[in-house]
Write a protein that binds this ligand. Structure first.
Ligand SMILES: [Zn+2]
Length: 315
């Protein structure tokens, strides 16, 4: 009933719903709705104000009250461009995420649209040279998401957090608790996640994904691995609402650790081989991950780490 062209609602356990995005719809990053008993919380707000509006409506319908808190897990736009749909809610992020977004200043709409158009051209160009059907389909989805964003740009306002958390912020509801935590940055300079101890549910942002290539361009791999280790050691986890891909469980934390290590080692070997970047790119997506979602992201990660290793050698 509340499903729409942007997301599908999935009831995970008492008081917890995952809003899993429809690929190519432009919503891009998953969100979650929490009913703590007497408080309603939303985690992340998609990449589009129109999807954010529907998320707010769904939260009100499911919980019978307005959204009191909106948590933004990190600075990537697919997790907060829908913030403006929650004008009466308290928006929460880490200090660093807020500082970064606030520091970007006013949006230059013209520049932004030109940049998206250039990205779409570049993605189409990459797609035309691809032979792997799985990567072609992932690129097609990415292009569709970007086209929707392009259309939405004039309507997007940057709404940053009004409350920031140093490391932990706990919302105590009458039936369950939302622990908003940050253990530093891994996927980005600063990543927050939400844990519900009563239900053993983790809303992971992009620190953990469901069978999807993790994006490694803006963070720190060693820090990221440390955060994942800590999640395994300190949190009892039955279900995970990931930032991308379907609802999953603790197995995905182990898979994320393997992925980060495997891609890092692979890029290092490639760089040390003396063969050019193109030689390695022709081999395609690293084998165990060939069927994961967002398979085009593998090439981004690989190029990034390969170049990073080259630069590191010069210093
Ligand atoms: Zn992200």
């Amino acid at each position: 009933m509340m499903n729409n062209t942007y997301f599908t609602l999935e009831h995970i356990t008492d008081g917890v719903w995952a809003a899993i995005v429809v690929p190519g719809s432009g919503a891009l990053g998953n969100a979650a709705i929490l009913d703590l008993g007497d408080v309603t919380v939303v985690v992340d707000t998609f990449m589009l104000p129109q999807a954010g509006d529907l998320l707010r409506q769904a939260a009100v319908q499911l919980t019978g009250r307005e959204v009191e808190y909106v948590i933004n897990t990190h600075f990537h736009g697919d997790h907060h461009y829908g913030n403006q749909s929650f004008p009466d809610s308290i928006i929460v992020s880490t200090d660093a995420t807020r500082d970064y977004l606030f520091g970007l200043g006013d949006i230059d709409y013209e520049k932004w649209r030109i940049a998206i158009r250039e990205q779409i051209t570049s993605l189409s160009d990459t797609r035309s040279k691809q032979t792997d059907q799985h990567v072609i389909s992932a690129l097609t989805t990415e292009i569709a998401d970007k086209e929707v964003l392009y259309g939405a740009v004039p309507s997007i306002r940057r709404v940053v957090a009004t409350v920031t958390i140093p490391d932990r912020f706990v919302i105590h509801g009458s039936q369950r608790t939302a622990e908003v935590m940050t253990w530093g940055g891994g996927h980005t300079l600063s990543d927050a996640f939400v844990y519900i101890p009563e239900n053993e549910v983790l809303i992971a942002g992009d620190l953990v994904l469901g069978q999807s290539h993790l994006m490694m361009l803006h963070g720190n791999i060693e820090e990221w691995l440390g955060i994942l280790e800590r999640m395994e050691q300190e949190l009892e986890i039955k279900r995970i609402v990931p930032g991308h891909g379907p609802v999953t469980d603790a197995q995905s934390i182990r898979e994320a650790k393997n992925y980060l290590r495997d891609v890092e080692v692979y890029a290092k070997q490639a760089e040390e081989s003396g063969q050019p970047l193109e030689y390695w790119l022709e081999k395609g997506v690293l084998k165990p991950y060939g069927q994961w979602y967002s398979s085009h992201v593998f090439e981004w990660n690989f190029r990034h780490l390969y170049k990073y290793n080259q630069i590191a050698k010069l210093i």
